[in-house]
Design a protein around this ligand. Sequence first.
Ligand code: CAA
Length: 246
Amino acid sequence: MTSRVALVTGGTGGIGTAICRRLHAAGHRVATNYRDEARAQAWLRKMRESGCEATLVPGDVSSPEDAERMVRDVEAELGPVEILINNAGITRDTTFHKMTAQQWQEVINTNLNSVFNVTRPVIEGMRERKWGRIVQISSINGQKGQYGQANYAAAKAGMHGFTISLAQENARFGITVNTVSPGYIGTDMVMAVPEPVREKIVAQIPTGRLGTPDEIAYAVAFFLPDEAAWITGANLSANGGQYMGW
Ligand code: CAA
């Protein structure tokens, strides 16, 4: 496969790390952003120990200025961004009647406004070069809603609305835009759900277990080769059968 420059936002997290590894293994040059320098350097050391390379750029995706600078930093080091995986995300779970404006805004800024902030500085270059791959990492809970996640589900549903609009606008420019909607994966984010609640959720998954980050990275990689050029505006569910919309 052609070696491309790939920016994975939130690449140091659970799913993000698996995506970085898979893209590196496919021969791509991978970059990710970070907010905590010490944590990011520790992550990079571990990646290198396992033979994986990545470029780290500082920046918070919820800030348009940071996102623009991040993209320019990656371009300066690796060249133009050809693959963008909008993966960075957070939770602030609570029922809506208790939700603060801050809990709402933090999730919308980090999970949804980030998609504007990071995609905007890469889209013009992709259109000029007539090739691009953009993948949003949404969630099963953007498709079905979830008790305690009005903020998160709104942001995640919004990500796919973005996907299907951008897919239409950019199809003639060799750019595909797709969404992967993971179900419950064994990451720190899911392990932070109180155990009794999590057990009830796992009981609703037909495969009878949490997913793995690698299983999501596999779904993301599906959209990236030249052979996937006809697939755009899709929402690929990877959720162990927990939700089967079509
Ligand atoms: N449907 C109906 N009722 C529910 C419910 C559900 N899914 N979940 C909880 N309830 C009920 C409980 O049974 C309980 O009822 P009683 O008071 O009658 O017993 C009531 O709601 C309150 O529940 P909690 O005791 O759990 O309330 P809490 O205020 O302590 O916590 C919560 C609320 C923070 C939302 C907690 O239930 C929770 O963390 N839920 C999980 C949310 C979740 O799935 N988050 C996903 C995080 S991972 C992720 O987001 C990745 C991804 O993309 C999948």
